[in-house]
Design a protein around this ligand. Sequence first.
Ligand code: ADP
Length: 343
Amino acid sequence: MIRNPKPIDIAFLISLLLASIIGTVTFFISEWEFVNTVIIFTLCFGLSFFLFFYTLEFFIYRKIKLIYKTIHSLKTQKYDAILKNFDWDKDPISEMNKEVIKWARDNKMEIDQLKKLADFRKEFLGNVSHELKTPIFNIQGYIHTLLDGAMEDPSVKIRFLEKAAKSADRLSDLVADLLAISQLESGELTMEKERFDITSMVKDVYEQLSNSKVNLLIKEGCNEPFYVFADKYRIRQVLVNLISNSIKYGNQNGTTTAAFYDMDENILIEIADNGSGIEQEHLNRIFERFYRIDKSRTKEGKEGGTGLGLSIVKHIIEAHQQTINVRSNLGEGTTFGFTLQKA
Ligand code: ADP
């Protein structure tokens, strides 16, 4: 059996079969007349071969080739090069079948991805407007109340202006975070890597964030320089985020401990607190944008951020081709660990 028969093979086989049948019938009808049989067989074979070959090649095969070419060029403009190199003798019918299935599958995947992106965009827009709404409404409310007469009372005036200023600061933080996220996600930001000591950077951030609520410590045995090769400004942003979270979500008189581990090619940096901890069901989601466990915090004007901090942190670490992870036990504390290239 010929695999992938071409029109010429099909025409040959059918003509042979037809000529053999007609030849045999002629042989019996003409009462064993051998010459007549050979003439009829040859004529029949020649004519039917010509007709079959012509029909298959020119009417069917070429048209299918044309459809195949059309599908190819429809799929993408870049297919010209592939078409030039395509082996047309292969068997266009089964090739076309394969291509159509592949095309349908690719299209479905593309549509699914577009749908997901559309949902994502809708959700993102909803989240952004929701986050912007609170501080804007607050500022609006305070200013209108002041204009409506509250300005006359000096103590109320100062209190309201302070509150409006706080909301304006929050608005500005939010916009700065959104800008950072969009730049990181679009890959616009390139990491400006340099060699620096991560231990002294942590100490520096500790000094900046020092407070009376949480003790900021370096783990015993880790108090020595650990040199990394990374973007100094961005890694500082990571540390500020992780350490301020450990303070925000830490207990009164709690501790935050930074530890460093030499992992041959990388340095592992861990920021551990003994605060409220995070439930397992939330652990996988805290790196998502706008994900906050206690959503009431910001509404009540209590401390609590935009829910963008950890998402920015993850983007920065991934832009360094490194990883970040978290482990936590409710009521016991949380540890964030990330790696950086060793210098
Ligand atoms: P936020 O701006 O709300 O702090 P993040 O992206 O920094 O947003 O954090 C997301 C959420 O993860 C926080 O709302 C908080 O619920 C939780 N979280 C982050 N760090 C800690 C931590 N050290 N301890 C407990 N919960 C934390």
